[in-house]
Design a protein around this ligand. Structure first.
Ligand SMILES: *[C@@H]1O[C@H](CO)[C@@H](O)[C@H](O)[C@H]1NC(C)=O
Ligand SMILES: *[C@@H]1O[C@H](CO)[C@@H](O)[C@H](O)[C@H]1NC(C)=O
Ligand SMILES: *[C@@H]1O[C@H](CO)[C@@H](O)[C@H](O)[C@H]1NC(C)=O
Ligand SMILES: *[C@@H]1O[C@H](CO)[C@@H](O)[C@H](O)[C@H]1NC(C)=O
Ligand SMILES: *[C@@H]1O[C@H](CO)[C@@H](O)[C@H](O)[C@H]1NC(C)=O
Length: 328
């Protein structure tokens, strides 16, 4: 039912935008970027959004995942502002948080996993992406929804493990991602599965015991990064002991949905972006969490956050007329 309705919408949107514009094109859609200030439902800047064909969106989706894979992600991270991302890109990942702008998103989408790939000896729950298959895909106008199974190389437990990532992507006229919303499907199951894989390696028999052993190991790695990169004005801890004491005992390990909260797991994520911009990322591994590893939202605030202010993730005319709801 949903799919046939979507296909109908796609058929309506046959406006052909020709060859995908080069990524360095300077064309700006009439009225600027979609939505702009208001970004509400149905009217104004919203109608300035481009219409792509299904095939164009499939290609943009695969181009993105190709760049996400190691070793392509290393080159993408080096570009500093990925040409796949719009200058005003807004991104959200359910297990972490929101990320604004091309530089931060380049670091987070590509740099983070490039660092993990280049440091296979680190103790971490994370891995790096080596291959993918798109298993669900629907697209209309300039919005696509995809479910992609990505094989991650989890070097800490020497396993390749699949993770399914559900994404909503919206592209601007230049074919750059202007908004994305990603969900790590079954992530609690992944988290528990990771602990299960670590148990025989650590000689533990319960998840809690495993976490008790992992916490100081992960803390040691983060403190090593701190000592190496977070110097001068970027220093967060007085010394290595202070760092270790805080991360091993004064902050909680965290659970599957807390990679953007005041936890060790959050600092384990952000540690990987420090080499790119210590001045931006060092505070995230510090005691304050630097606005990234903080308990700043309740559950309901997270669900109801009106983050996608450029344009609603709903085709023309169907979004709520209430701009706050349309941006959720
Ligand atoms: C895209 O298609 C929608 C729906 O048919 C239309 O309202 C809108 O004006 C089109 N956008 C452009 C830029 O042509
Ligand atoms: C990356 O984009 C930001 C704006 O988001 C800009 O300030 C910065 O100079 C750009 N860096 C490079 C290397 O292009
Ligand atoms: C996974 O990482 C390990 C450790 O770096 C490496 O030896 C192995 O070749 C990698 N496997 C794949 C499929 O990338
Ligand atoms: C490390 O920092 C802590 C906390 O500021 C301080 O109490 C301790 O004396 C310092 N240790 C050394 C060896 O400097
Ligand atoms: C729009 O929705 C928000 C969130 O539900 C609500 O707080 C606000 O009152 C609504 N505005 C109008 C004009 O109905």
């Amino acid at each position: 039912m949903m799919l046939s309705k979507l296909l109908f919408v796609i058929q309506l949107c046959t406006l052909w935008w020709g060859i995908l514009p080069a990524t360095n094109a300077t064309y700006i859609p009439k009225g600027g970027y979609p939505g702009g200030k208001g970004g509400g439902g149905g009217k104004g800047g919203h109608s300035a959004q481009p219409n792509f064909t299904f095939d164009e969106m499939w290609k943009m989706q695969t181009k993105f995942w190709d760049a996400f894979m190691y070793p392509n992600n290393v080159a993408e991270a080096k570009s500093i502002n990925s040409s796949l991302l719009a200058p005003n890109v807004l991104g959200r990942v359910d297990v972490t948080r929101t990320f604004d702008g091309p530089e931060l998103n380049t670091e987070y989408l590509f740099g983070l996993f490039a660092t993990l790939a280049l440091n296979p000896g680190a103790t971490t729950l994370l891995g790096y992406p080596v291959s993918y298959e798109i298993v669900h895909f629907a697209a209309s106008q300039n919005i696509a929804s995809a479910s992609t199974i990505i094989m991650f190389n989890l070097t800490s437990v020497a396993r390749l493990v699949p993770i399914e990532i559900d994404t909503w992507n919206m592209w601007n006229a230049q074919g750059q991602v202007v908004e994305y919303d990603a969900t790590f499907r079954w992530f609690q199951f992944f988290f528990d599965n990771f602990l299960g894989l670590a148990m025989p390696l650590l000689g533990t028999t319960t998840p809690q015991q495993t976490i008790t052993i992992l916490q100081p190991l992960i803390a040691t790695g983060i403190c090593r990064t701190h000592t190496e990169y977070c110097t001068g004005e970027n220093q967060q801890y007085d010394n290595a002991t202070d760092c270790f004491n805080f991360l091993s005992a004064k902050t909680r390990f965290g659970t599957a949905y807390e990679l953007g909260r005041d936890t060790l797991l959050c600092r384990m994520v952000h540690e990987n972006m420090i080499p790119y911009r210590p001045e931006v990322h060092c505070p995230h591994i510090g005691p304050s969490g630097g606005g990234m590893c903080v308990d700043d939202t309740t559950y309901s605030q997270k669900v109801l956050e009106p983050y996608f202010t450029h344009a609603p993730f709903v085709p023309y005319g169907y979004a709520s007329k209430n701009a706050t709801i349309a941006a959720m």
